[in-house]
Design a binder for this molecule. Sequence first.
Ligand SMILES: *Cc1c(COP(=O)(O)O)cnc(C)c1O
Ligand SMILES: [Zn+2]
Length: 437
Amino acid sequence: MFVSFLQCTLCGKRYAPNAVKYVCPDHGESGVLDVVYDYAEINRHTAPAQIAQASDKSIWRYWDLLPLETRDSVPPLPIGWTPLWRAGFLGRSLGLQNLYFKDDGRNPTASFKDRASAVVVAKACELGADIITTASTGNAGAALAGVAASARLPSVIFVPENAPPAKIAQLLIYGARVLLVRGSYDQAFELCLAASKEFGWYCRSTAYNPYTTEGKKTGALEICEQLTLINQGLYSPVTRASREMLVQQIEPPDHWEVPDRIFVSVGDGNIISGIWKGLRDLYALGWIDRLPKLMGIQAEGAAACYNAWRAGTDQITPVHANTVADSISADLPRDGVRAVRAVRESGGEYITVSDQEILDEIRELARGEGVFVEPAASAAYAGLVKAVRAQKIDPAETIVVMLTGSGLKDIHSAMRAAGNAQVIQPTLEAVRAAIAN
Ligand SMILES: *Cc1c(COP(=O)(O)O)cnc(C)c1O
Ligand SMILES: [Zn+2]
C-alpha cells in the first residue's frame, strides 16, 4: 500500500494511515480526510502501459492506487470497468461531436456506489470488522448490502422510510438488517453514526469513512484509461475481442488522455469529490497532463452545493431537500466542501435542473441511446442539455456524462416519464384500432 498519510480537508493536519478511523478529530463530522499517496513510489511500481495489460476488468486493476494492504481482503463480486461509449445519436442532436456515456448502472447492484462499497468492505475485512453499517438514500445501502454479502460480512443499513421500494427490496434480498428510519436521509445519517459508535460497527457512511472517495475515484481512472484505449483502437465496449487482437501490434499507452468536461450529479458530493481525487492522483503521477472541467449538477430542490458555489464560498448552508431524484436529495451535503472546491478548482460550473427536466431526460436517454437510468443519473444529462442550450459548450469538446444508476431502481419515476401502456382486447381488430391512432 502506498498511502503516505490522511489529511484533513479543513485544517490540513496529517495523520498516519492507521492513526484515525474516520474524520479529523479536531472537527468532528465535517473534517473529511483525503488519502494522500507516495506518488513517486507508485511510479516505481506501475505505469499506464502495465495497467493496460492487466487482465483484471474491475476496479482492482488500479490496485497500486488504492488504500489496501492485501488482496485477500478483496470481495469476490466484480465491480467497475463499466462501459464508456460514444453517444452518437444524442451527441448529434445536441450538436456535440464527442459525447460519451459512462454507464455505472452496469455495476452488480446497479449504481456507482458499488465502487465505494467494494473498497470500504475490503478495508473492513482488513480491520477485522464484525459488522458494517451505513446510512443511505438507497443506493449506497444496496451497494454495501450486496458487496458485504459477497464477502460474508453482516451489514446494518439505515435508509429513510420513503426510499424507492426497489432499493429497499435490494437491501432485504441481500440479507442486510434493514432499518427504515421515519425521517430524512440526514436523520438516518446521524442515527447511523450514533449506532456505529454505540455498537462498534464499522461505518461506511459517505464522507465520514475516508475510503469511499478512494473507491469512487476509480470512475475517473476508468474514464481516462478507456478514453485512451478507445482512441488507440485498443478498447471498444461493443467488439470485446478487439483489444486482445490488437494488443500485440500496438504499443500500450504510457500516458492517458482526459475528456474536456465530465458531468456528474451531486447529492452528498462524494462522487464528484472522488472523480476529482482520481484526476488529481493521475495528474500528480504525471499520467495525465491536464485536468478536465467538472460540471456538478444538482436538482433545483436540493441545491446546497450550487448555492455555495454561486456565493463564492465553501460554507455549506443546509436546504430542505425536495426532488424526484432521491439519490441526490440531501439537505446537508456531507462532502459539500470538497464538492464545491472540486468544481471551482477545475474551472467548471454548478448547474441546477428541475424535476421535470430530470424526468424528461430519462425518456430522452432511453429513446435516444437505449440507456435506462434513474432520476439522479438523468440529472447529469439534463445538466448537459441545459449547458448546451446556454451555449457553454464548444461542439468539439470531449464530454463524458456519468450515468450513475439504473432506471430499474425507481420504476415509479420511469412511469411518470413514460406514461401508461394501452390495454387491448386479445384480437387483431383491437391491434388495428390501437395502431391507427
Ligand atoms: C449517490 C448517487 C449520486 C450522487 O452522489 P453523491 O456522492 O451523493 O453526490 C448520483 N447518482 C446516483 C444514482 C447515486 O446513487
Ligand atoms: Zn482538521
